[in-house]
Design a protein around this ligand. Sequence first.
Ligand code: NAD
Length: 304
Amino acid sequence: MNAPIHTIAVLGTGTMGRGIAHVAALGGYTTRLFDVSADALAAAEARIRKNLDKGVQLGKVDSAAAEKAKSSLSRSTDLAATVDGSDLVIEAVPESMQLKIEIFHKVAQHAPQEAIFASNTSALSITEMGANSGRPKRFVGMHFFNPVHLMRLVEIVRGLETSAETIGVIEAVAERMGKQTVLVNESPGFVTSRINALIGNEAFRMLQEGVASAEDIDTALKLGLNHPMGPFEMVDLVGLDVRLSILEFLHRSLGEAYRPNNLIVQYVRAGRLGRKVGKGVYHYDEDGTRVTPTPNSEKTTRRA
Ligand SMILES: NC(=O)c1ccc[n+]([C@@H]2O[C@H](COP(=O)([O-])OP(=O)(O)OC[C@H]3O[C@@H](n4cnc5c(N)ncnc54)[C@H](O)[C@@H]3O)[C@@H](O)[C@H]2O)c1
């Protein structure tokens, strides 16, 4: 029997964890943040407060709800104390199966027996994490999107042993966080990462073949297919290294259709990792504004 959810612990407070804590607190949950880095914790809490204030200024968040959310946040570098008494533990540490298994092993020693565990992994196996957590029926994937406080979807990922009751509880939690959910049976890359990897890879293939410039491929998908972002704008945001590792994983698990295109491999080797380093498919200045035209872009658009 799963207990009602009052307190949520978020493990790892980087890009995703801080966003998950934001929507958890705004959903009315007592929200505890844990990270190995005290600096990351302080930065995450400051960022959540700033984003809540911005929401109020824009008229999107009620000011009383924002104040209540701020007062429901706490942070700690003590994992045992964070998960003790938590009803739901959501993990958002770096994408490594070994690290995630180690963390859930420790969490299981201190969290209540009936607590639900969730992972925000982009692609790794929920079934494998669940099997190593000692509570496979109460283990589930909650795949949020960046930036979490603005993106509406949560993919709920059902591992082989995840119970229907756990899925029901998590659907209700996501709804209280203001999200719409889809239910996905565990499969590499779920729905979103799998489709996105394929579109992004094909875009690199077209760029390499000289079919069109990066700008024109992006414009074609935005204006012709109604995508809110072009595939190169998207990969620069996600990180070319992150996208390449997802493609490599999908290639191993799903086959040839996902073989990473040579051009993305070369870009990663050249250190063109995207916005985070100021240079990916496009170039960015110090404020993060795109430099147009992108230096050397015509080189990749000329047919051989
Ligand atoms: N970035 C995205 O767009 C995105 C989208 C969906 C899912 N994800 C997934 O979310 C997870 C987190 O990604 P992110 O982009 O937020 O990473 P990130 O690097 O921004 O943050 C990771 C945080 O985890 C902390 N950390 C490292 N080791 C830890 C440990 N042992 N215990 C606790 N905290 C630890 C780090 O200090 C850091 O604050 C990954 O599994 C990733 O695949 C990312």
